[in-house]
Design a protein around this ligand. Structure first.
Ligand code: NAG
Ligand code: NAG
Ligand code: NAG
Ligand code: NAG
Length: 399
């Protein structure tokens, strides 16, 4: 009896030990995930505060003694500033090319954030979704596409790359370059370039878009969408649309590309913002953002977060559009092409996708009641199964 009891006791001990061991291993493995979940829950709760009160606004506003530092102009130095232009086209928004496009009716000023060495990408964009002549002759839409650039970072090759840029600009006349080093940590400077250029040289544009040079934009669908907004009376005002990040936490891991230290941004949540891959603002919002860049500290180098801070200060909130992708790449299918606006991660297949997505005969098999039904089923398959996560949300299947 006594022995039996001791044996049970021993068994329990072993059991306890094993359980403990498993728990330990589990905790080590889950720590990462747990950290992720907790920081997201915390930031999501905090998001309410960030979006509701003005403390962010007031603590990032630059005191007036720091303004007017640069030659008495109203540019601000919040660590970064307003740099002189190396390549510029002040007349880009005026219809100087005599083809009927005129200054007043620029529907969209489209900035592509490019880097000096990305010639191939710019060329693919000019040949496809960024072809102004195509949009004008096929859709009657006045769109201006320009590329925003800084200087090539490597000093030894800079002058060679710069010469190539000048040649390229001679041929196409669509580069806008300022005298700052084109690096990841200078993206906010590039954002400021876009809003300052728009304010100075193209204030009449109904909409301004900012996009990466590795995205695909279905510009005919975009033009259709923007025109619907213009004709809907209230719609062309107070608009900031894209793929919205709500209550995203700053990343504090030092090894991350997006690492932001506490002294740069102390709060556990960013204000809501749209993914920088591609978003659109209406002209009035572009003007507001311009004014915000004059008074806010632009040291935070994640450009889309800075955009969120500017918008927050001006009382503008981002709107979700289900067919603006954030990081995701859209599945290839005519039932998607019919609706898509942006898709991310297209460095090499822009030309083939453009061909497929704008071929007028591509939809012929998908018309009518049966076509609609079929397309909804296809979209459910493509968007709602876990395989394609991260592109358009499942809801997009039913629009
Ligand atoms: C902007 O913020 C940074 C980091 O918090 C700070 O070091 C800098 O002094 C600020 N600049 C101005 C002009 O307030
Ligand atoms: C742009 O579109 C026009 C009009 O459709 C076309 O003639 C021209 O070849 C296109 N340009 C390029 C570079 O593809
Ligand atoms: C941004 O550009 C400026 C001007 O060229 C340069 O001094 C600075 O080092 C750049 N910042 C980063 C983080 O690359
Ligand atoms: C943010 O701060 C600026 C300057 O302090 C102020 O002019 C502006 O009205 C504030 N914005 C909001 C939405 O309160």
């Amino acid at each position: 009896m006594f022995m039996n009891f001791r044996r049970i006791h021993k068994c329990q001990c072993v059991q306890l030990l094993i359980t403990g061991l498993v728990l330990c291993v589990g905790m080590v493995c889950w720590e990462e995930l747990d950290h992720y979940v907790v920081s997201h829950m915390r930031s999501y709760t905090y998001r309410y505060l960030v979006n509701s009160y003005d403390f962010l606004n007031s603590s990032l506003t630059i005191t007036s003694k720091h303004r007017h530092r640069k030659n008495g102009s109203d540019s601000v130095d919040g660590g970064l500033g307003n740099y002189p232009y190396l390549i510029n086209h002040p007349g880009k928004c005026e219809g100087s090319d005599g083809d009927g496009k005129s200054w007043e009716d620029v529907l969209l000023l489209l900035f592509v954030k490019s880097s000096p060495e990305n010639f191939q990408r710019r060329q693919a964009i000019r040949d496809t979704w960024g072809n102004e002549s195509f949009l004008w002759s096929e859709l009657g839409a006045s769109v201006r596409v320009v590329f925003a650039l800084g200087m090539y970072p490597d000093l030894r090759r800079r002058s060679r790359v710069q010469n190539a840029l000048l040649q390229e600009d001679k041929a196409y006349g669509d580069l806008i370059q300022q005298n700052f080093v084109d690096t990841f940590h200078n993206l906010t400077t590039k954002l400021i370039l876009q809003f300052h250029w728009g304010h100075e040289y193209c204030p009449q544009a109904r909409f301004l878009m900012s996009a990466d040079d590795d995205i695909f934009i279905h510009t005919p669908n975009l033009v259709k969408y923007l025109r619907q907004l213009v004709s809907s009376q209230s719609g062309a005002k107070d608009l900031w649309v894209g793929h919205v990040h709500r209550g995203a936490p700053p990343i504090r891991r030092k090894d991350s590309k997006y690492h932001v230290p506490y002294d740069l941004y102390p709060w556990p949540s960013y204000p809501d913002y749209t993914a920088g891959a591609g978003y659109v603002v209406s002209g009035d919002v572009a003007a507001k953002i311009y004014h915000a860049t004059l008074v806010l500290n632009s040291s935070i180098y994640i450009d889309d977060v800075f955009m969120g801070i500017c918008a927050k200060a001006m009382g503008v909130s981002p709107q979700e559009h289900i067919y603006f992708s954030g990081e995701g790449k859209a599945p290839y299918h005519p039932c998607i092409y019919d609706h898509m606006i942006t898709s991310h991660g297209h460095a090499t297949d822009v030309r083939s996708l453009w061909q497929a997505a704008t071929d007028p005969t591509v939809y012929n098999n998908y018309r009518g009641y049966m076509g609609n039904l079929y397309c909804t089923a296809v979209r459910v398959m493509l968007l709602c199964l876990p395989y394609y996560q991260n592109t358009y949300s499942c809801m997009a299947a039913f629009t």
